[in-house]
Design a protein around this ligand. Structure first.
Ligand code: SF4
Length: 214
């Protein structure tokens, strides 16, 4: 397994200001933005949310929204029909069960329609700065390649393994850095191991570079 101090130091050098790339200004907006971000880019979400948030600024307005009008606003992003349905349903649940308030605890968040552990973790980390490690496809892939998790580990298993290895105070920043690593250097199809500063200790990087050298 890659040495954890080496990894954290290199991630700090590579991505000193890694951050959440979704735009939002309240826990509710954060929850909606993350719900919209599945299988699409943060930029495409950021393009539709200004109008969405100004039309439906709170769960109360969103709960009463006409689905066709929400779809019209978010139609440029993938899976917009389901996403429109989800954000209206989760708003209704917030209004009916929690007095219109987005409660920042994992159990409550994951009880909302369409909200899984990863989405809940992002909201906890970004809206409340509660140490969390949301495991998306990038975090999962790079964790396996670095030898921090195993091929076939479910996201929840990767999350638990990372939580055990790294100090709590680094969880949020490190998770952003792992996403940046996955997006910018260690892509699914063509990881740039030749130039990646982690390759001297990375399990997958060493394997790929030794195969190339033969
Ligand atoms: Fe990814 Fe290669 Fe870097 Fe390892 S060395 S993190 S596989 S790009």
């Amino acid at each position: 397994m890659i040495d954890k101090s080496f990894l954290l130091d290199k991630l700090d050098e590579m991505f000193p200001s890694a951050h959440c790339e979704l735009n939002f200004s309240s826990p509710f907006e954060c929850l909606v933005a993350v719900s919209l971000s599945a299988q699409t880019t943060d930029n495409s979400v950021n393009r539709v949310t200004p109008r969405l948030f100004s039309t439906y600024p709170t769960p109360v307005e969103m709960a009463k929204a006409d689905i066709k009008e929400v779809e019209e606003i978010i139609h440029s992003i993938g899976l917009y029909h389901n996403k429109a349905k989800n954000i209206i349903s989760l708003s209704k649940a917030i209004v009916e069960n929690f007095n219109g308030e987005v409660r920042l605890d994992k159990k409550t968040l994951t009880s909302l329609p369409g909200v899984g552990i990863k989405t809940a973790n992002v909201v906890l980390a970004e809206a409340a700065h509660i140490p969390s490690i949301p495991v998306d496809t990038h975090v999962s892939r790079v964790s396996i390649r670095l030898g921090l998790a195993k091929e076939g580990d479910a996201p929840e298993v990767v999350e638990k393994k990372l939580e055990k290895i790294f100090p709590k105070e680094r969880w949020i920043k490190m998770h952003h850095q792992l996403i940046f690593l996955g997006r910018r250097v260690c892509s699914a199809r063509s990881p740039q191991c030749e130039t990646c500063p982690l390759s001297v200790q990375c399990k997958e990087g060493k394997k790929r570079l030794s195969t190339k050298g033969k």
